[in-house]
Design a protein around this ligand. Structure first.
Ligand code: HXC
Ligand code: NAP
Length: 280
């Protein structure tokens, strides 16, 4: 499905591109021929990642919370490339906390990165695309599966990601006029250093969490990168305002009887059902 030139001539900015899922997406876009820019607050991981990719990769330290820094980043990329025609809003912050213990500043710390940072980058991207009349541009916003359901203990992230999904859907209609596509990806659990160090308290929880995923395993960063490459490419040219969930089926576990498979092996389940059949 993907060729070496699938994303040739594309110029794509990945926020939070120096680590985890952002790095996996940027690396794959680059392998498919794109020019990629990686942004984040820490310069060293960005530079190391861009050096490892080689030509067509650039590291730009930028804090997405600050609209001035975001504008300067887009100025620099426009100077280098002429246009930025792909944006992945992936930068995020998150931590576990009982909501009653959150301070206003703790709430802001996450919302400022996830919701406002996404707005700053999307606005700067869209204004330039609209002014230049660039065809075939698109935005991918990385959300979560709890965007839909909410979640205990990650209230700032749940609120911010729900806002990002609302932004995706709103602009998917409003900016269709300009040919800009906006879509979202909702990952389930992927064991990156950034996420696991903040969200996975200990290995026993990690094991029992895994048993609640129908496919019985965590996601691999390259699986997410392939999904993003598809959305970024012309193969997805009629997908507008979509949200692709990539979670091994985890979000569907609310179905009341799904948990049987966690409680006992299949032969025992069948035996139990057999025993419950009415006797003639
Ligand atoms: C409670 C906390 C806290 C914690 C920080 N704060 N960590 N409160 N529990 N664990 C509070 C502080 O006390 C402070 O409030 C306020 O938040 C700001 O703290 P800073 O340390 O100054 O924030 P900052 O340096 O801006 O760092 C932002 C951050 C940090 C979000 C707190 O974790 C970060 O930089 N994260 C970036 C990477 C990341 O989070 N990656 C994971 C993404 S995974 P006071 O009131 O004391 O001043 C993801 C997965 C989702 O999103 C789905 C998984 C299935
Ligand atoms: P990660 O490695 O911690 O990624 C977060 C990135 O955001 C880091 O590179 C970080 O770099 C950058 N960042 C944070 N604040 C920033 C700011 N103010 N300005 C610019 N960059 C900033 O974690 P990850 O697991 O790969 O997460 C990537 C995305 O996937 C996030 O949107 C996350 O919510 C989403 N997601 C992850 C999972 C999962 O299980 N891993 C599940 C669902 C959704 P600096 O610290 O250097 O700035």
């Amino acid at each position: 499905m993907f060729q070496e030139d699938t994303l040739k001539d594309r110029h794509i900015l990945v926020t939070g591109g120096g680590s985890g899922l952002g790095l996996a997406m940027a690396t794959y876009f680059h392998q498919l021929g794109a020019h990629v820019a990686l942004c984040g607050r820490r310069p060293q991981p960005l530079q190391d990642a861009a050096d490892a990719m080689g030509e067509r990769a650039v590291a730009i330290p930028c804090d997405v919370r600050d609209p001035e820094q975001v504008k300067a980043m887009f100025d620099e990329l426009t100077r280098r490339w002429g246009v930025v025609d792909g944006l992945v809003n992936n930068a995020a912050g998150n931590f576990l906390s009982a909501s009653e213990d959150l301070s206003p500043n703790a709430f802001n710390a996450v919302v400022d990165i996830v919701l406002k940072g996404t707005f700053h980058c999307t606005l700067e991207f869209g204004q330039r695309i609209i002014a230049a009349g660039t065809p075939s541009s698109n935005v991918i916003n990385i959300v979560t599966t709890y965007t839909e359901t909410g979640s205990s203990f990650v209230l700032p992230s749940a609120c911010a990601k729900a806002g990002v999904l609302a932004m995706t859907n709103s602009l998917a209609v409003e900016w269709s006029t300009y040919g800009i596509r906006l879509n979202a990806i909702a990952p389930g659990p992927f064991p990156t250093e950034g996420a696991w160090s903040r969200l996975m308290p200990d290995p026993s929880i990690e094991e029992s969490y895994k048993r609640g995923i129908p496919l019985g395993r965590y996601g691999k960063p390259e699986e997410l990168a392939q999904c993003a490459a598809f959305l970024m490419s012309p193969m997805a040219s009629y997908i507008q305002g979509g949200c692709i969930t990539i979670d091994g089926g985890e979000r569907l576990m609310a179905g009341q009887f799904n948990r049987f498979v966690q409680w006992m092996p299949r032969p025992m389940i069948k035996q139990a059902f057999e025993a419950m059949k009415p006797r003639k």
